[in-house]
Write a protein that binds this ligand. Sequence first.
Ligand code: ZN
Length: 453
Amino acid sequence: MLLCCLTAFCLVGSLSCAAVPMRDTRRAQPTRNKLLLISFDGFRWNYDQDVDTPNLDKMAKDGVKAQYVTPPFITITNPTHFTLLTVIHNMWFNTTTQEKKGYYMTQFVDSYWDNGSLPIWITAQRQGLKAGSLHFPGTAATYKGETVRVREVEPRLYDYSNETEWRLNIDKVIGEWFHQQDLDFVSLYFGEPDGTGHRYGPDSPERREMVQQVDRTVGYIRDKIQNHGLTDRLNVIITADHGMTTVLRGAQVEEIILYKIPGFNFSDIQFHLVDYGPVGMLLPKDGMLEKVYSALKGSHPHLHVYKKEEMPAWLHYSKHARLLPIILFADPGYVINGFFPVQFNKGEHGFDNQVMDMKPFFRAVGPDFQKDLVVGPFETVNVYPLMCHLLGINPEINDGHLDNTKQMLLPKKNTEACMTAGQTVSRVSLSLAWLSVKNLLQEQKAVHRCFTP
Ligand SMILES: [Zn+2]
């Protein structure tokens, strides 16, 4: 979500929007409010429908609620928090050494994260803003030699569900980082209700209880913001990376176990990434691709088997060099096992991003957002240009567009015009964007100095 892919242009930031004639500069001065991005891992779009959530309801009344949002495929934590073009799986792997690193250890592999795109922290810092991140996936990594300057990475054995810890983290972000250190942007991550959804299933009382904990936390965050006098200066976006669905079990369910599939043999495989929910990848040994492919294709009614280049276009999961030649994914409710069933979660995600259970929630509140507005669904890639616009920074090339979210904004933020030293700038062409932005920043500062009383 945070990072940029390489296909679409997004040209609208408050520095590059339509300019106004010179005489209008005083009222055209753009305002820059702070921004807090919060992710509650695995918070499905409709988790508020079977539990009382007074604080989330109040936030919707005071701000904007989307019906749901659509994450990128595959719908798992690291790729959806970043993007599939950069981060393709929660696991880091090396097909030569057979080495694999799980979710936590990927935090410390820079090359896993820093793969051609820049996260918004770095973009913001390069444009003069102060950014921070607490526990957000990718926080620890260095990007093009730069890290997010204010940061906290969770310890290895961390209880992601402890409400007392959550409050200490919120106190730090609101009280220290925004209030005392005057940061402009912070991303804040909570590992729930994902953990509870996996363990007990999305329809369990335990999940509903955890949603109430999330709701109390939203109330706590908004109170903290109020207590520090930040309500009119801080925009807050709360969303998630993916949803959750129930894993089907029982006598009627034919589990997907690759070892049992006739004609398939693990000795034909050089490297495999399976036993990790509904998506798997295989690297067949030299000359074995067709054999492996034809053994698996059509072998189970709920298993989809593709050669990487044949992956359905809507999944946008075929181009990256890190993807292995054969990609497997299962229908909702099914997981892919290697030799025998080793996955016992009652809830899973990672399925097709068109499946409703995979859709996360989205709320936003703050000085730049409309009030009591419900908007239709949009793709999470559009959150990045929205955040850049709110922060008044020029985005990197990305797959989203502000057009898909700007209806959430108050008219003044929507039409905010900017001024350059005596010249009218409409849309900055992207090929010139970097240079232009630097120049514009300098010119804009000069203009502001001139007109500051
Ligand atoms: Zn997740």
